[in-house]
Structure formats: C-alpha cells, structure tokens
Design a protein around this ligand. Structure first.
Ligand code: ARG
Length: 464
C-alpha cells in the first residue's frame, strides 16, 4: 500500500516496486545529478530526436511530439536562465528533465521514454557531449600550432643550443624548437579526429540492453543527431566506454606534450639559464621574496598532467571488471571525463594566449650555444669532406675539444695554424663551418634546423 511508504514514490521513476526508502547517504551516493546535469542540453537534443522518430513511425502522435517540443523548449530556457530546479531525489539529469516534462505537458511527457532506457540514453548523451568537446579541442590545438608557427617565423634565425642529455649538443634555431611542439600537437589533432569517429556512433535504440519491440528507426535518429552510424550490437552499445578511454588517452598525450613544453619554459625562465621571459600575466610573485617572478602557469600545467593521467587509469580500471552489459559502475565515467576535457580546454586556451608573449633573449641563447663546443660535429663533417673517414674525424675533433678546454676557448677561437695540426688540408674556409650561423644554415633539408627551412615549415602550418 503506497500510503504506508515514508517516501514520495511519485518522485522516483522506479519506486513503485520498493517498500523502503533509501537513506540520505545512499541517495547522495547513488545520485549523479550534481555532475551529470552538465549533459542537460545534450539529453534534450537526444530526447527530441527520439520523439521525432517515435512520431514518424507512429508510436506517438504528432500532437504528443509537438507537446514534447514545447515542453523541452521551456525546460531549455529554464536551464539556461538558471531557474531549473535540480533535485537530488530525482537521481540524475535524465529523470530530472523527464519529471519536469511530465509536470509541464502531462501524458505526452510520460510517453517519451517508450522504446528507450536510461542506459542507451546516457550513452548517447555522453557521446554527443564528447563530440562537441573534441571539436572545440581540435580548434584550440590548431590555434596552438599557429601560435607556435608565428613565433617560429619571428625567431626563425634565432640561435640557441640544442641539447641531448641536457648538455649542449649542437646549435639549432629557436623557430625549429617551437615547430617540434607544433608536430606533437599535430599528431594530437590526428588522434582526436580518429577518436571522434568511434565516438560519433548512436547507441540509442539499444534500450536497456536487448533492443526494443517497438518499430524504431535508428538510422533516422542517427541522422537527426549527426551521428555517422549506429552501434550495431545493443549489448555493446549500452556498455561500451572505449570512446571515453580513447579520448582521455589522447588527452593524456596532449598534457604530456604540454608538460614537456612547460618544463622547458620553466628551465628557460630560470635566471640561471635566462633564455626567455614570459609575460607578467602568466607569472606570480613570491609573498616573501620580492625579487621573484615565478612561471606559475607552466608549472601548474605540468602539475595538472597528473590528474589527467589519473583519470585514464581510473577509466581503464572502471571498465576492466564489468560483465556485460550496463552496470551502475558506469556512472563513475563522467567526472574524470569532464575534468579531463576541462583541464585540456583551459590549458590549451591559456597556452594559445601565452605563446605570443614569449620574449626570447637572443644573446643569452647564443652565448650558451657557443659554450658547449656545439659545432664539433660540423668540424668533423668538414674533415670528412677533406677525405678523412668519419670515425677518425670524430676522434680528431675530440682531441681538438680537449685542446680548447685546456686553453679555455671555443673551437672557432683556434688559429688556422692550430687547426692545421689536426689535418693539413684544413683551410680558411673552415671558419664558416665553425660559426653557429654556418652550422644551422647548412642543415636545410626537410626536417632540418636551418632558418630557411623553418620559414618553409612555419608558413605551411600558417597556411593550413
Ligand atoms: N545516471 C546513470 C549513469 O550515469 C544513468 C543510467 C542509469 N541506468 C540505470 N539502469 N540505473 O550511468
């Protein structure tokens, strides 16, 4: 007898079968409305497409469909103006919206859920939401590549030391270094485009798990919602979260790239190295040390990488023990997914803004490039051109470096006579190879660090 119930069983979509209320803690524990309400507009979009199809195949009347449209328009307005009342008692975004619809339009609202379940509904909502996020993130990654390419054009001939093992290795151009990151973010775009293909499939129609007895037209719903195709197995459709894992994996790689870049910005900004300065608005001071200007934004970006990796681990673990098909575990997919997208979006937006403000300190970079005998390989190549086998040339230049270390000078500071002791055929022309400019300009092949090559590659990104 329903009047024996302590709780209002009209407020819960499934409550007629239950004779005892859940505790407040269990209610909070099982509810998702406070985080899944951000799916609301996608939920409405999915419901409208479903209702349109139900009307088209004659499961509901066109009057019902018109009422559903009207009710949903009002609900959309209420949500957008912040007036919509979200109730914990109604568990999740789907039941909150459905309940309000029934309040507004009565029976037509109750017919909306024909041939559908929250299981295929939520899977559809997440895919619609994620597709939209992916599209925004791709736009940001493209802007980031352009920002890097613009800086590369500006600094195409700026020389800096290139490092291996964090030791000065060979001179490179700063533009070339920026374009290395443009490559990484280019691959990130490819990965997201690929992930989008598997995200953009329609689960709706799978109903709870087994499909439905109603004569539904899934292709029609897919088309209305802009999905490329429908999920072909109903069991897989309601339980698959691969697309979410793929996205967070791609997001993890984006953050890894951002983190490597951040690490370099932090190092370069350290007064010890002093290669760059960042615009003040991306840095903060210290509350005790007045001289400090800390690169907070890159440091935080490096730090936030960890939370996205964590979400990837959490999602993989979430899925590994689940038998087919839907289990409530799946409700745990959302917060990590949302947070990954938010973190990526904010981080990329800030970086697009920060990159043009990177001020390069050319003299510091050039001095550093000269300090590590960075043209030693060029001298070896020169000796090879004069007929010495490369391994011998390598050995010979190593001896020359030792000489320089003893004298406390650079290779280019050795006199011609001193250099000729290495190999008699060394001529005046050697000095053009020992300079930093000579070294970088000679590497003008595809992928090389020469200023002219940097300009070509940067312009091709800017023209994309
Ligand atoms: N809030 C749920 C989720 O996020 C919706 C699906 C609920 N389905 C169910 N059978 N309880 O997964």
């Amino acid at each position: 007898m329903s009047n024996k119930n302590q709780f209002d069983n009209k407020s819960q979509a499934w409550s007629a079968r239950f004779s005892e209320p859940v505790s407040d803690l269990v209610k909070r524990y099982t509810a998702s409305v406070f985080f899944d309400k951000r799916l609301a507009l996608f939920d409405i979009q999915g419901s409208l497409a479903h209702a349109e199809m139900l009307a088209h195949v004659g499961v509901i009347t066109s009057d019902d469909y018109a009422n559903i449209q009207k009710g949903m328009a009002q609900i959309t307005a209420e949500i957008q103006s912040g007036q919509f009342e979200w109730l914990l008692d109604l568990e999740d975004v789907h039941l909150n919206i459905e309940k309000r619809l029934v309040e507004l339009i009565g029976d037509a609202g109750k017919r909306l859920h024909t041939g559908r379940s929250r299981n295929d509904q939520v899977a559809t909502d997440i895919r619609l939401w994620l597709r939209n996020e992916i599209d925004h993130i791709i736009v940001l990654l493209k802007a980031l590549r352009k920002a890097l390419a613009t800086l590369a054009v500006k600094e195409h001939a700026t020389i800096m030391p290139g490092f291996t093992h964090l030791q000065v290795a060979q001179p490179i151009t700063f533009g070339h270094h920026m374009l290395a990151y443009a490559e990484m973010f280019g691959r990130d775009i490819e990965r997201l485009e690929d992930c989008r293909k598997r995200t953009n499939r329609l689960p709706l129609g799978a109903a709870a798990l087994a499909g439905t007895t109603w004569p539904i037209d899934r292709q029609r719903v897919a088309q209305t919602l802009g999905f490329d195709s429908v999920c072909v197995n109903s069991l897989d459709a309601v339980s698959d979260r691969d697309f979410a894992i793929e996205f967070v994996a791609a997001a993890s790689l984006i953050m890894m790239h951002i983190s490597r870049f951040s690490e370099e910005l932090v190092l370069w900004m350290s007064p010890r190295i002093g290669f760059i300065d960042l615009a003040d608005r991306f840095c903060t001071g210290s509350s005790i040390m007045p001289q400090k200007k800390n690169p907070d934004v890159p440091e935080l970006a490096r730090g936030k990488t960890g939370r996205v990796y964590g979400h990837l681990q959490a999602l993989l673990t979430l899925m590994k023990g689940q038998p087919l098909t839907y289990n409530k575990d799946n409700q745990e997919d959302k917060e990590g997914l949302f947070d990954s997208a938010d973190t990526i979006r904010d981080t990329l937006t800030i970086f697009v803004d920060m990159i043009p403000g990177i001020r390069v300190k050319k003299e510091r970079m050039e001095t550093a490039a000269k300090e590590g005998f960075s043209t030693a390989t060029d001298l070896a190549d020169y000796l090879v051109r004069k007929g010495m086998p490369f391994r011998d040339a390598h050995e010979t230049v190593a001896l020359a470096v030792r000489q320089c270390e003893e004298k406390g000078c650079d290779l280019a500071d050795l006199s011609l006579a001193e250099l000729q002791t290495l190999h008699p055929s060394i001529g005046e022309d050697v000095f053009q190879f020992l300079t930093l400019e000579g070294s970088v300009s000679a590497r003008k092949h595809i992928g090389g660090t020469a200023p002219e090559r940097v300009l070509i590659e940067a312009h091709s990104i800017l023209n994309e």
